[in-house]
Write a protein that binds this ligand. Structure first.
Ligand code: MSP
Length: 533
């Protein structure tokens, strides 16, 4: 799988549009952190990137949450949305579009899309009977339910029986076309386990699904029959399309699809795979639109093996976590510790351990000790050595020379844990290299050329590590670059691409002997475990 399309230099990716039934929790933060790391990586490659996130504000779940607080739904949503925006800012997420499904331009897009599907003969009226999970906003098969009629995902919430007139989307008509599409686009659904899940589901035979609700006001009226309200998922998926409209353009499908369609990557959690990998492509085919390139379904953050979430109330407060440890720490931990695609349990002891070991000790100390040595051993605080003077068998050069390519592949396959592990390997090898080479005794013996070779190799390794991790820990990487003498801030998209493009800075030997090193100061302070957790 390669997410980089060399011909077309745009890259559009989306997070799910989050329900606003409550303030964001760590699960929503997880997807958004990953999306931001991908977007930053794509920007370093020089691609024009559009990162779409936003909120899903209609439907019964939101209506009930508002009613519980005796608030009108719109006012309720307006009150929750800022908590998402401020969390994204705390987590240093650089999104380009924030799509709200209650935005005025969204209804026009939904209507036009509905009209196309209607004209294609794919919508009809029928009777919907079944068990509905309001937390999932989805009908469940009886055999999926836990005993006591509980939803398998929201295990404390009983499903509700529904028997009502709904409009249906003719999903069954697209069975063969979808199967052909999955076959001809083997990378469409990632990781492979999710693809198999979808193929298995589809092979059991697709059933039409209802796209309207009665007895629910909070949503758009069905254009052909305003007594019905459009099903929240039909409306929400189209939020991705509305997000692509340039500001102040007329909300038409043509305008929305003009620049950024098709979407390269939908990043989602595994619970909403069916909507993105089955319903959504069928809806798009019906409306005559091309399909997204990829859907990646990541795993759940769990606590004691259960999905963390607002519904179960077993979540972790991301604001508190960032305020205590900083955005880079939180970003790094989740991307390094959990193989993207698999579930992962959060554990604060492990969290502190990983950050101290990797960022404070391995990376932070490496920078600190090497800068201090240059300062101590070379009067003008520079290394008078050219990159080509580093022997080709130098272990850091050997590892560093192939690292950029390896890390690029890992980013492209969303293997963030591999990105971190590969980079950390170079960092750990560098620490070992210092211990083995003992620069202090080279200095004592007056072997200044050997000494500068050792220190150059180490400093170049820290630089390369900081660069390759910059999509994940942008603040730390900026600090490291600045201490190495560059005026580069990786949070400045334009500047970092122009001054440090991937094609150059991801290679070995960029650090130059003209470089004036900055002042060493700890980039990541050890976290003291005062609470003994
Ligand atoms: N509103 C829909 C998405 C519509 S997209 C057009 C929705 N919203 S949600 O807020 O409930 O969930 C959003 C995302 O957060 C989903 O991808 C879901 O998998 C993810 N997560 C929610 N809890 C999670 C964890 N505990 N762990 C990881 N991700 C989790 O679904």
């Amino acid at each position: 799988m390669n997410l980089v399309n060399q011909q077309e230099k745009t890259f559009v990716l989306t997070t799910p549009l989050y329900y606003v039934n409550d303030v964001p929790h760590i699960g929503s933060a997880y997807t958004t952190i990953a999306a931001d790391a991908i977007a930053r990586f794509q920007r370093l490659l020089g691609n024009r990137v559009l990162l779409v996130t936003g909120t899903d504000e209609h439907g019964q779940k939101i209506q009930r949450s508002a009613a519980n607080l005796a608030q009108p739904p719109q006012a309720f949503c307006d009150q929750i949305v800022p908590s998402f925006i401020s969390l994204w800012s705390l987590l240093n997420i650089q999104y380009d579009r924030f799509s709200r499904t209650t935005a005025p331009n969204h209804q026009a897009i939904v209507q036009e899309f509905f009209q196309r599907v209607w004209e294609n003969g794919d919508i009809y009226q029928g009777q919907q009977k079944g068990w509905y999970c309001v937390s999932c906003e989805e009908f469940k098969d009886e055999r999926e339910l836990l005993s006591g009629n509980l939803c398998p995902i929201h295990t404390t919430k009983p499903v509700e029986w529904r028997d009502e007139q709904n409009y249906f989307f003719r999903l069954s008509k697209y069975q063969t076309r979808l199967e052909e599409f999955y076959q001809s686009h083997p990378d469409f659904i990632q990781p492979i386990s999710r693809r198999n899940e979808v193929l298995n589901f589809v092979s059991q035979g697709l059933q039409d699904f209802s796209i309207s609700r009665v007895n629910l006001d909070w949503g758009f009226p069905v254009p052909i029959d305003p007594k019905h309200t459009l099903y929240v998922w039909f409306d929400a998926l189209l939020g991705y399309v509305t997000a692509l409209l340039e500001p102040d353009t007329e909300p038409t499908l043509d305008n929305a699809l003009k620049t950024w369609w098709p979407i390269n990557l939908h990043l989602i959690g595994k619970d909403i795979l069916r909507f993105h990998a089955v319903y959504w492509p069928a809806m798009l085919i019906s409306a005559g639109l091309s399909l997204p390139e990829k859907v990646f379904g990541h795993g759940f953050l769990t606590k004691d093996g259960q999905k963390m979430g607002k519904t179960l109330g077993n979540t972790l407060d991301p604001v508190d976590l960032v305020q205590r440890y900083g955005s880079d720490a939180v970003r790094y931990y989740f991307l390094k510790e959990i193989e993207f695609g698999k579930d992962g349990d959060f554990n604060e002891v492990r969290f502190i351990h990983v950050l101290n070991a990797d960022l404070a000790n391995d990376l932070g100390n490496l920078l600190n000790r090497s800068l201090n040595m240059v300062k101590k051993y070379f009067v003008d605080n520079t290394l008078a050595i050219a990159p080509c003077a580093i022997p080709s068998e130098n272990p850091l050069r050997v590892t560093g020379s192939s690292l950029g390519e390896r890390v690029k592949q890992a980013y492209c396959t969303l293997a963030f844990h591999e990105v971190c592990q590969s980079v950390l390997f170079l960092v750990q090898t560098s620490n070992k290299f210092i211990d083995e080479q003992a620069p202090w005794s080279l200095y004592k013996q007056g072997k200044l050329t050997e000494l500068s070779i050792v220190l150059y190799a180490v400093i170049e390794s820290v630089r390369l590590a900081a660069y390759l991790l910059s999509p994940i820990i942008p603040n730390l990487s900026s600090d490291i670059y600045q201490q190495l003498g560059w005026e580069i801030n990786f949070n400045n998209q334009q500047q970092s691409f122009l001054l440090a493009p991937f094609s150059i800075h991801a290679t070995w030997g960029v650090f130059s002997n003209k470089q004036k090193l900055g002042i060493a100061s700890p980039v990541f302070k050890r976290i003291e475990n005062h609470q003994n957790i």
